[in-house]
Ligand binder design. Structure first.
Ligand code: UD1
Length: 367
């Protein structure tokens, strides 16, 4: 049986790596699940893509669709057109997508319209916020997914409410955490660690790339000011996503504590996170990593699709009101941040569980 593994943008690469490893292990033991790795090319620059393949030991993609950037519709359409053409030339038995980026939804649609079943890793998560392109991607993908691999019981509830039968849902844990656990001992400081004389718990890390936070100068400046007002002169390291970079370049000046750095490779980024006093972010995936590493996380959004990082982990939803951030940071400095626990099945074995389920489905001739 041949499975397409779809990866397109930075947060996909850490989710796909453990599935590849588990498939390789199964193949080495005579398993019958083979795969084709398809990179859509949604992220194409080395620092958002190639370096993750190198550091995480992901093999060269079998196919690169080279779609590049575009508006939401342009990018989605380009991925669908090129992926459909690949499937018509060389069909597969199953299309496995991960996460919630445009590549996830576009490939699921192209496959399902050719009657190729779809498996969705990280299916069922919902923020309820339709202004996020990722939420649309999640809803559309899940409405045409055959097999769901979920990270928590919250996803189970969301899918059951949408009428998905229990036998199509598999609670396997979190592949992103497989990657984190496999690499914890390999994390290493970036070159600027010494240059900036950084010390554990002596700095903050911030990441911002949501369109609503970074696409206008005023909003981005308001957030950066709120962050530096509350962090009491500590350096704030800010690895800048290309989307954010465009707006930053248009700002007249930056608060002095903000230190802009390039998007960081996986091992360096998570080293910075692991040793940070706290992380201030609008990302979803990072809140899972901070939860596992026990690092306080302040999320500059009003909703999350990963509620377990708040109810069980170290994450708190702050929103984008500067006063709320100030109050939360005061609590952090007073040593009153929660410690949290690691959610169920976030244990490093999710890739293996997924492959086991796929083998069973194949044996039962369901895929
Ligand atoms: C995408 C995902 C988001 C994910 C994020 C992580 C969607 C809808 N969004 O958002 O869920 O958290 O990736 O990074 O799929 N660009 C470059 N170089 C690249 C890639 C992109 O300069 O290698 C530029 C593009 O030209 C564009 C901007 O970055 O201006 C946005 O890229 P895009 O892939 O459209 O969305 P992201 O904001 O990266």
């Amino acid at each position: 049986m041949l499975i397409d593994l779809i990866a397109g943008a930075r947060p996909n690469f850490m989710k796909i790596a453990p599935i590849i490893r588990a498939l390789e292990d199964s193949l080495a033991q005579g398993g019958s699940l083979d795969y084709r790795l398809v990179h859509t090319g949604q992220h194409y620059e080395s620092n958002l893509s190639g370096v993750f393949f190198e550091q995480l030991g992901i093999p060269e993609p079998d196919v690169n669709l080279d779609v590049g950037s575009g508006s939401q519709a342009e990018q989605t359409a380009a991925i669908m057109t090129r992926y459909e053409s690949l499937l018509l030339k060389k069909p597969v038995n199953l299309c496995l997508v991960v996460g919630d980026v445009n590549s996830t939804m576009a490939c699921a649609i192209a496959a399902q319209k050719l009657c190729i079943p779809v498996a969705h890793v990280e299916g069922g998560i919902r923020s309820g916020d339709w202004s996020m392109p990722e939420e649309i991607n999640r809803m559309v993908t899940d409405s045409i997914t055959n097999w769901f691999f979920i990270t928590s019981e919250f996803s189970n509830e969301n899918l059951r409410k949408a009428g998905v039968e229990a036998e199509r849902i598999h609670f396997v844990g979190n592949t992103m955490i497989d990657t984190l656990m496999a690499n914890l001992e390999r994390l290493r400081p970036p070159a600027f660690w010494d240059e900036l004389s950084l010390e554990p718990k002596g700095y903050f890390v911030t990441t911002l790339h949501r369109p609503s936070n970074v696409d206008t100068k005023d909003q981005l400046m308001t957030l950066l000011k709120a962050i530096t007002d509350g962090t009491r002169g500590f350096p704030v390291l800010f690895p800048v996503h290309p989307r954010t970079s465009k707006t930053l370049q248009a700002l007249d000046e930056l608060p002095v504590a903000i230190i802009l750095v390039e998007p960081q490779p996986y091992l360096e980024f998570n080293y910075l996170v692991r040793h940070a006093k706290a992380v201030i972010t609008d990302s979803g995936g990072i809140t899972e990593e901070t939860t596992v590493m026990g690092v306080p996380c302040l999320t500059l959004r009003d909703s999350t699709e990963r509620p377990e990082t708040v109810t069980q982990g170290t994450n708190e939803l702050i929103g984008t009101n500067p006063n709320a951030l100030q109050i939360a940071l005061d609590r952090l400095f007073a040593g009153q941040w929660k410690t949290g626990v690691i959610p169920e099945k976030w244990d490093g074995n999710t890739g293996k569980r997924i492959v086991k389920v796929l083998e069973t489905l194949h044996r039962l001739e369901k895929v």
